[in-house]
Design a protein around this ligand. Structure first.
Ligand code: ZN
Length: 188
């Protein structure tokens, strides 16, 4: 395998070729946002782009690292801020590093046993998510929230527990302010 070199634009979060690109619209995030009537209305209206991901293409094998950049657009579905799906790892004893390049948001880090941490993140702040945790990025600011990530390539993304009941906290706007509330669907 050859080394990979690319340009990560710290202002926008884009990575030029050879990184691969993917994106998620609201319609691709059914089951992740909690307010169902608002989800369907938002899809009907214009089905906005919620986030984009650039990632180096590497084999998902032991010893490989996934390097990428996630751009979460500003917006809400109902009262819930735009966010990533969030995931746990199939290989649970792995960690991951998150580097905020732009904007201001939150990272939700939790174990399956409901040990929950919410850390605000802004540009230049770096967060280490330890083994046995799942994580989600939430954009609570009016511009793009851009976060670079480095994690083990063979960890795998497990969305199952999140599709079943979501994550422990919801990030909503109430009376123009960000509130972090318990997810009513989330029960042990
Ligand atoms: Zn992860």
């Amino acid at each position: 395998m050859q080394p990979i070199k690319a340009i990560l634009d710290f202002a926008t979060g884009t990575i030029d070729k050879p990184a691969q690109y993917s994106s998620r619209r609201i319609s691709e995030l059914r089951g992740f946002f909690q307010e169902q009537p608002a989800v369907e209305a938002a899809i009907e209206q214009n089905d906005r782009l919620v986030y984009e991901v650039y990632e180096f293409e590497v084999p998902h094998d032991n010893g490989q690292l996934l390097f990428g950049s996630t751009i979460i657009h500003p917006g809400k579905v109902g009262t819930e801020y735009f966010m990533t799906k969030g995931h746990f790892h199939f290989k649970e004893d792995v960690s991951e590093v998150f580097i905020c390049l732009r904007g201001e948001g939150q990272i939700l880090i939790q174990t399956k046993e409901e040990d929950v941490q919410v850390l605000p993140m802004k540009a230049q702040e770096v967060v280490y998510s330890p083994p046995f945790t799942g994580h989600r990025l939430i954009n609570t600011c009016p511009e793009e929230f851009v976060v670079a990530t480095i994690g083990q390539a063979d960890a795998g993304h497990d969305y199952g527990p999140i599709l079943e009941k979501g994550m422990a906290k919801l990030f909503v706007e109430r009376d123009g302010k960000t509130e972090i509330i318990d997810n009513p669907r989330y029960v042990e």
